[in-house]
Design a protein around this ligand. Structure first.
Ligand code: NAG
Ligand code: NAG
Ligand code: NAG
Ligand code: NAG
Ligand code: NAG
Ligand code: NAG
Ligand code: NAG
Length: 677
């Protein structure tokens, strides 16, 4: 609407209303034809009804005729709304109707046909609302297959043209809110937008979109082909556009230029939510509030978590100091260990009458040195159960169920009365049957009964359950420690309802009937207090059993015995004799050392005289004499030999005898020797 004062030659068809170029809209002034001014007075009658004098200029968009749902274009005498998705109509007052895909988990899709030639460069946009993280949104299909696919992967929009890399958005859109997804293909560059934020761009080689191609929304006809792109979509799709044309799912009042809808399978109109609260998914009394295709749980004060699945009773520390709080179905229980003495009172329990589950097992942990005692006993009429220790083996006796005339006896594989903790579970092999074999499991080692028996349902009400003993005459009572015993997962609590800070709220309970407080924790008897170790022995507490470490010289369980050092025969080759400082060995000949363990050297103190050589032998030694001595020990000097005679005959006198030549040679013997020589 600017006046142009330059000379202008204008062709326009003021005089006709027939089809042709659109009418001029605006103001004209100083219109001359052949330099003759043409003024409206000269114009033919009937041709001026759409003309007014003067030039009134008014912005038609000032009143926001498009209701802020689109861009308004002022057209002098009127306006034109370019409506934002999903709005339509002259004033953008109508909205494209969304299609609900996958309602009730149905497999749904819609098919449109392209009837023009959008060509190579396209802008494809749609509004999506879902909580699913996968599913096929759109596929462009030609006669040889699909060549562009837009789907959800990990909640993010992903688009891929055939034989081109895929492009995934940065932001997830599976949050139940509406998102505007746009794919723009321009000069072999494909860009993905979420709302108006660009998510990325890749180069593609995509065939042109041609007349006859099909557009699939929400899935393909073939389930398997759909599955490779996340399966059928669940959620809403609204206002799908390819360039300026729509893919209208449902007609609306305003005229809309849409591609033809070929098929609509299992798609419903609108965008209603699933009835997510129908089977209240919130636990522990949480209240379900539906959100679109989702829900939130409003949890009561004792529960937390998305589904109120975390019970928070225990955060309020309801148990006494000795107890450990553990959440139970709709409540809590205090677990603790208790110490039983031989004389401590037996505790009794009763079901609260609201136990509905089947009671098919008993579990606990135990630590004792007692060889015989009753741990648990209950009876009702002919039915009874007894858990006891018999000769240090755990034992279950059970008579219940349809075969209540037959007693089941089940023994642990190994002895347990060793002062160590043992975990124990007696359970029915097939709890769903009225009667089955039972199994005992002690520290992971199981034994199965030969006889069948029923479950423990007779304990649910009426029956008194005794823990820690059952009358002095029947096997004696427990001495040792016991964890909280559970029957069918329901505790026999050591702390009654008056001893916990907030009442237990769970339906199924065993109530402690004995008012007496139980000694918590696990402590043995004070076995060392009486100083059982004598003679300076040190006492060690081994849980209801002591052991003495004795000083040297003392022995015996209480160090009451002298040690006899010779009792262990310390002298290997000799005789032992007790000394004030221990023992002494008197060694046999040929041996030496403190314990006569070494052989002596027979030549060490030999008696070979006159330089004789000592020769070692197995049984001692012998002497090798020099020439001038003789005898066993060479202690006798060898007397000299004298020789006389002539050249024909030599005469020898031995042992110091003197040889003298006379008429004949003869010997004169030394004192003590005789004989001719
Ligand atoms: C609608 O969905 C159901 C369930 O997924 C499917 O069995 C049925 O074939 C679908 N209808 C059509 C016409 O495909
Ligand atoms: C169909 O698309 C494929 C790419 O997936 C392309 O190679 C083929 O030329 C297209 N066919 C027609 C008829 O446009
Ligand atoms: C019972 O004693 C055992 C063994 O000392 C211990 O592991 C367990 O935590 C105790 N239980 C409770 C509830 O204190
Ligand atoms: C050891 O004692 C035995 C018997 O009392 C005795 O015959 C033997 O001579 C003794 N030996 C020594 C080396 O004292
Ligand atoms: C034997 O001779 C040796 C050395 O020659 C000498 O030491 C030793 O006393 C002699 N014995 C006697 C009995 O004369
Ligand atoms: C042998 O003769 C020597 C000296 O000739 C003499 O000393 C010695 O007494 C004599 N011995 C005897 C037994 O006569
Ligand atoms: C007959 C004989 O044996 N004579 C000898 C006696 O002793 C001397 C010396 O020792 C010898 O030389 C002889 O031959």
């Amino acid at each position: 609407p600017k006046y142009n004062s330059l000379p202008l030659l204008i062709y326009f068809n003021i005089f006709t209303k027939q089809a042709g170029p659109p009418h001029f809209i605006g103001c004209l002034r100083d219109l001359r034809v052949d330099d003759v001014p043409l003024v409206p007075v000269h114009w033919p009658k009937g041709s001026t009804e759409s003309l007014t004098h003067g030039c009134i200029e008014r912005d038609r968009c000032v009143d926001d005729p498009c209701q802020s749902r689109g861009t308004c274009h002022n057209q002098w005498l009127s306006y034109k709304c370019e409506c934002d998705s999903p709005f339509e109509g002259q004033d953008c007052s109508e909205e494209n109707i969304a299609g609900r895909f996958g309602d009730g988990e149905l497999e749904s899709y819609a098919v449109f046909t392209i009837d023009d030639d959008p060509g190579q460069d396209i802008v494809l946009s749609m509004r999506v609302r879902t909580r699913r993280r996968s599913g096929l949104l759109l596929a462009l299909v030609n006669s040889s297959g699909s060549y562009l696919r837009l789907w959800l992967q990990d909640g993010k929009a992903t688009v891929r043209a055939e034989r081109s890399p895929s492009l995934t958005g940065r932001l997830a859109l599976s949050d139940g809110a509406l998102h505007h997804v746009t794919v723009r293909v321009q000069q072999d560059q494909m860009a993905l937008f979420l709302s108006s934020q660009k998510q990325g761009e890749v180069s593609v080689s995509m065939p042109p979109v041609r007349s006859g191609d099909a557009v699939y929304l929400g899935g393909l006809t073939d389930r398997r082909s759909s599955a490779s792109f996340g399966g059928y979509f669940k959620g809403c799709i609204q206002d799908v556009r390819i360039n300026s044309r729509r893919l209208q799912l449902y007609p609306i009042g305003a005229p809309v230029s849409s591609y033809a809808l070929e098929r609509l399978v299992n798609v419903t109109q609108g965008c209603a939510s699933d009835s997510t609260c129908r089977n209240n998914p919130c636990q522990n009394g949480g209240v379900c509030y539906p959100t679109w295709d989702g829900f939130t749980c409003s949890c009561p004060s004792h529960a937390a978590g998305q589904l109120c699945e975390e019970a928070t009773w225990c955060e309020r520390s309801p148990c006494p100091p000795a107890g450990v709080c553990r959440p139970r179905a709709q409540g809590f229980e205090c677990f603790s260990n208790a110490t039983f003495y031989d004389d401590s009172a037996v505790i009794s329990y009763k079901g609260n009458g609201k136990i509905s589950r089947t009671l098919s097992y008993i579990s606990f942990r135990i630590r004792t040195r007692k060889l015989n005692c009753v741990i648990l006993h209950a009876e009702r009429g002919p039915e009874f159960v007894t858990v006891s220790i018999q000769n240090s083996y755990l034992q279950l006796e059970l008579m219940t169920g349809p075969d209540a005339s037959l007693k089941l006896t089940l023994k642990s594989q190994h002895a347990i009365s060793d002062g160590e903790w043992h975990s124990v579970e007696f359970s029915m092999l097939v709890p769903s049957l009225p009667s089955s074999k039972w199994i005992v499991n002690v520290d992971g080692k199981g034994t199965i009964s030969s006889v069948r028996s029923g479950n423990l349902d007779f304990l649910k009400d009426e029956a008194d359950i005794f823990l820690g003993g059952f009358g002095v005459d029947v096997g004696g009572s427990l001495a040792g420690c016991l964890s909280t015993v559970e029957i069918g997962g329901i505790a026999l609590p050591y702390h009654g309802n008056s001893e916990v800070d907030i009442p237990r709220v769970q339906d199924e309970q065993f109530l402690k009937m004995s008012p007496r407080a139980v000694r918590g924790g696990c402590s043995g008897a004070d076995v060392c207090v009486a100083k059982p170790c004598l003679n300076g022995g040190v006492c060690q507490d081994l849980f209801n059993l002591f052991s003495c470490t004795c000083p040297s010289g003392w022995m015996g369980p209480r160090c009451e015995l002298h040690t006899n050092p010779c009792s262990i025969n310390p002298c290997a080759h000799g005789n032992c004799s007790v000394h004030s400082l221990g023992y002494q060995c008197i060694c046999d000949a040929g041996y030496t050392g403190a314990n006569c363990e070494e052989k002596t050297d027979p030549c060490l103190h030999h008696q070979c005289s006159y330089g004789a050589t000592c020769l070692r032998g197995i049984h001692g030694y012998s002497c090798l004499c020099r020439d001038n001595s003789t005898g066993k020990y060479c202690h006798r000097p060898k007397l000299p030999v004298s020789v006389c005679g002539n050249e024909h005959r030599n005469y020898t006198c031995f042992n110091g005898g003197n040889c003298t030549d006379g008429i004949a040679s003869m010997c004169s013997c030394r004192l003590g020797f005789t004989g001719h020589r």
